[in-house]
Design a protein around this ligand. Structure first.
Ligand SMILES: NC(=O)c1ccc[n+]([C@@H]2O[C@H](COP(=O)([O-])OP(=O)(O)OC[C@H]3O[C@@H](n4cnc5c(N)ncnc54)[C@H](OP(=O)(O)O)[C@@H]3O)[C@@H](O)[C@H]2O)c1
Length: 329
C-alpha cells in the first residue's frame, strides 16, 4: 500500500510558495517489533514552520533538509501496531510530518478519543502550553497590569489574551483586520483590540492603554514592535514568543532601543515552548478549568484535504486564519 507525503524541494526565498514542496508517493513500511503506524487525521499549521525552512544550524531545531518530509505535528489514530503501549485504535498527538501515515515514536502522547482533535491542537498541546508558559512563567503578570498581545486573533495570541483577562489584567489585542478586532472584544472579552494596519495605531494604543503597558506578549515583530515597546512602563516584561513578520526577511525590522531596557529596568526574554514541558500538566489543568468555567474558548480555522497543506501555509502568513489553523484529511 502507498500513501502521500510532501518533501522539501528547495528553501524559500522570502515568502513561502507552493513550489518549494514536492508531492511524493511512499510505500507503507513493514513494521518491526516495537513499531506502530499512525494515520494522521488533523495536522497543525504553524508559523514556526517558516523558521524550520531557514538553513541555519544554531536554532532550537535543525532545518528540514532538502528531500526530507516537511516537519509538523498532528493528531492521528494507530492503524497497525507491534507495540503493546500503542495498540490499534489508540489516538495520539505528536511530532509527525506532512505525510498521510507516519511511523509512531515513544514521544507521542496517547489522547482521550472523546476529546475533539481540534481541542487538542488548539488548546491542550503546544498551543496551550506556549500561551500559558510564556505568559505565566516568563511574563509573571500581576492583577491590574496592562497586557498587549500581538497576533491576538491567532491561536497563541487569542489564548494569551483570554488567560490574562482571567488573571485580572487589562488586555489589549493587536490583529490585522477590524473583523478580527471585533471578535476579540465582543466574543473573547478583550478590553480593546487594535488593527495594526491603521495609520494612527500609535495614538490608538495610547488610548487603549492609558496607564502604559506592563506586559508585552510579542508574537509578530515587524514595525509595530517598536511602537508598543516605546509605551512600556518601568519594570515591564517583553515576552518574545515569535516574530513571524520577520521570518521571511533576511534583515528583520529595526529593533527597539537598549537604552530603555536599561533606564526602565525592562526584562526582554525569548522562550521556546519545549523548554517548558515540565509545566504541561499545570498548564492543561489551568486551561481546562478556565474552559469549563467559560472564561476561555478556542476557535479553529480548518482546511480540508491533505494536498492543501502548502497552500494552507501560505494562507497562514496572509492572516486568513482566526484561531488555530488545522488541516483535516
Ligand atoms: N516560542 C515558542 O515556542 C512558540 C510556540 C508556538 C508559536 N510561536 C510563535 O507564536 C507566534 C504566533 O503563533 P500562532 O500559532 O498563534 O500563529 P497563528 O495562529 O498561525 O497566527 C498567525 C497570525 O499572524 C498574523 N500575521 C501574519 N503575518 C503578519 C505580519 N507580517 N505582521 C503581523 N501579523 C502577521 C496573521 O493575522 P493578522 O490578520 O492579525 O495579521 C496570522 O493569522 C508566531 O510567531 C509563532 O512562531 C512560538
Amino acid at each position: 500500500m502507498t500513501y502521500k507525503a510532501f518533501t522539501l524541494s528547495k528553501y524559500p526565498q522570502g515568502h513561502i510558495t507552493t513550489d518549494i514542496f514536492e508531492l511524493v508517493t511512499l510505500a507503507q513500511p513493514t513494521l518491526k517489533e516495537g513499531e506502530f503506524l499512525v494515520k494522521q487525521t488533523h495536522m497543525s499549521l504553524d508559523p514556526a514552520m517558516r523558521t524550520w525552512l531557514q538553513p541555519r544550524e544554531d536554532s532550537y531545531l535543525p532545518p528540514v533538509q532538502i528531500g526530507e518530509v516537511m516537519r509538523s505535528y498532528g493528531v492521528g489514530v494507530v492503524v497497525d501496531s507491534l507495540n503493546a503501549q500503542f495498540p490499534v485504535g489508540t489516538h495520539v498527538v505528536g511530532v509527525t510530518g506532512w505525510s498521510e501515515y507516519v511511523l509512531g515514536h515513544a514521544d507521542m502522547q496517547v489522547i482521550d478519543a472523546s476529546i475533539p482533535a481540534e481541542a487538542i491542537l488548539a488548546l491542550f498541546y503546544f498551543t496551550g502550553l506556549t500561551a500559558y508558559a510564556g505568559l505565566m512563567k516568563v511574563g509573571k503578570p500581576k492583577k491590574g497590569e496592562t497586557l498587549v498581545v500581538t497576533g491576538a486573533a491567532g491561536s497563541v495570541g487569542s489564548l494569551v489574551g483570554q488567560l490574562a483577562k482571567a488573571e485580572g489584567l487589562r488586555v489589549v489585542g493587536v490583529a490585522g483586520s477590524d473583523e478580527k478586532c471585533k471578535w476579540l472584544v465582543e466574543e473573547l472579552g478583550f478590553d480593546a483590540a487594535l488593527n495594526y494596519k491603521a495609520e494612527d495605531f500609535e495614538a490608538q494604543l495610547r488610548v487603549a492603554a492609558p496607564n502604559g503597558v506592563d506586559v508585552f506578549y510579542e508574537n509578530t515583530g515587524g514595525s509595530i514592535q517598536e511602537i508598543i515597546f516605546n509605551q512600556l512602563n518601568r519594570y515591564a516584561r517583553v515576552i518574545v514568543c515569535g516574530v513571524l513578520a520577520d521570518y521571511d526577511h533576511e534583515v528583520p525590522a529595526k529593533g527597539p532601543s537598549w537604552v530603555d531596557i536599561n533606564l526602565k529596568s525592562l526584562r526582554v526574554q525569548g522562550f521556546i515552548v519545549t523548554d517548558y514541558a515540565s509545566f504541561a500538566d499545570e498548564a492543561m489543568s489551568v486551561l481546562g478549568r478556565y474552559l469549563a468555567e467559560g472564561k476561555i474558548q478556542y476557535k479553529t480555522y480548518t482546511v480540508e484535504g491533505f494536498e492543501s497543506l502548502p497552500e494552507g501555509l501560505m494562507k497562514l502568513f496572509k492572516g486568513e486564519n482566526t484561531g488555530k489553523f488545522i488541516v483535516k484529511f
